[in-house]
Ligand binder design. Structure first.
Ligand code: SF4
Length: 372
């Protein structure tokens, strides 16, 4: 694990940075191979009872959102899951704001997704206590704590409703109940280098399995709207420091569609997966193609597709050696019979929603100057 002095050195010396990148690349290949997954969070609701995180668009209007109306229709969620399965995109986690759904509703959706994809899901739905965690079974693989930043100077101002302790307690409880655990970190909130040391300590002390790094997306209406996303050389430094410190954890790195040139460096720095792409705006155009090129030139193999319409339309299956659902196929989690029955009941509406999503993606691709 890198010390504070070594972290400082990586930021003060380009040679130290390049040396670290070399090490991170070597470790990643040795421990994880050269596969890169495409990850996509599936949102369950647009409601959040906190609505207070300074960077989040929900903080601008979330408290005015009606909890019931903000819930997404199950067939739309399942349509998205079906498209992820077809295109070989991993479902990063099921996501909602705090207090958006009852645990029974979340379990039902998770089970229906497992029925659709044959793969357990991760959750990122706020803090769950011991009893709430025990409500979930093998349909859930892992629990995510949205830590966001570990800079003690800015944390209480940026995420006033999310103290670290309850999140940490949840992760410890989740581990003891057999779930994997992960955290999300947003880079570019104004954090100092101490936050990176704190992050390494947090991963170490809590035996975290997966870290997801996002770069700040300056949302209109938030105090960050005039800020810029962090430089790729910052983002990749943090990823590389984390990779070298924890060779075996999974790292997912999120870059927005306007930051695509940073992807290659994030992969060399040790990311196993990339996320935060608007699938329906990028499929089949120059943006999706750019992701594929960045991955190729980082000498990695991208699983899934950003460009094969036949795969997205279900006219052909993704090749097995590009399909994470086939390649990393573990035992299919058992789900209740009711979950399967509900999916079949929703089937006509799921199919209609799938067609709508594909039509939207095709329309965006047609309008793109560089459709492929
Ligand atoms: S808890 Fe999540 S959804 Fe709610 S305001 Fe914070 S970041 Fe946004």
């Amino acid at each position: 694990m890198l010390t504070e002095n070594e972290i400082n050195e990586v930021f003060e010396s380009s040679q130290s940075y390049l040396q670290l990148m070399k090490e991170a690349d070597k470790i990643t290949r040795a421990r994880h191979g050269d596969y890169i997954t495409l990850e996509r969070a599936i949102f369950l609701s647009w409601y959040c009872s906190l609505a207070s995180c300074a960077f989040c668009y929900m903080s601008a209007h979330g408290s005015r959102v009606d909890r019931e109306k903000a819930k997404r229709a199950p067939w739309r969620i399942l349509a998205e899951a079906e498209l992820c399965r077809r295109a070989g995109w991993n479902i990063e986690f099921l996501s909602s704001g705090y207090g958006a759904l009852e645990k029974q509703e979340i379990k039902e959706i998770a089970e229906m997704i497992v029925y659709t994809t044959h793969k357990a899901v991760w959750l990122n739905i706020g803090v769950l206590d011991e009893d709430e965690l025990s409500f979930f079974g093998e349909e859930v693989e892992g629990i995510t704590g949205s830590i966001e930043t570990l800079d003690s100077g800015i944390r209480s101002k940026i995420v006033p409703g999310k103290p670290v302790k309850p999140i940490r307690d949840m992760l410890i409880n989740a581990k003891s109940q057999g779930f994997k655990t992960g955290i999300t970190i947003i880079l570019g909130l104004g954090e100092n280098l101490e936050a990176i040391s704190n992050l390494l300590n947090f991963i170490d002390e809590n035996d975290v399995d997966r870290v997801i790094f996002y770069s700040l997306n300056p949302h209109e209406g938030t105090e960050f709207e005039n800020r810029v996303s962090p430089a790729s050389l910052y983002h990749s430094r943090v990823v590389a420091i984390t990779r070298v410190s924890f060779p075996d954890i999974k790292i997912i790195s999120g870059t927005w569609a306007d930051q695509l040139p940073g992807i290659g460096m994030n992969l060399l720095a040790g990311a196993n997966g990339i996320t935060k792409f608007p699938l329906f705006s990028m499929f089949g155009n120059h943006l999706g193609k750019r992701v594929e090129q960045e991955t190729k030139l980082a000498n990695r193999k991208l699983l899934g597709t950003f460009s094969d319409w036949k795969v997205l339309k279900g006219e052909k299956e993704l090749e097995e050696d590009r399909n994470p659902y086939a390649l990393f196929n573990s035992r299919v989690p058992a789900v209740s019979r009711r979950a399967g029955e509900r999916v079949e009941y929703f089937r006509p509406r799921i199919d209609k929603a799938v067609e709508e999503y594909i039509a939207r993606a095709e329309e965006k691709s047609r309008r793109s100057k560089y459709s492929i």
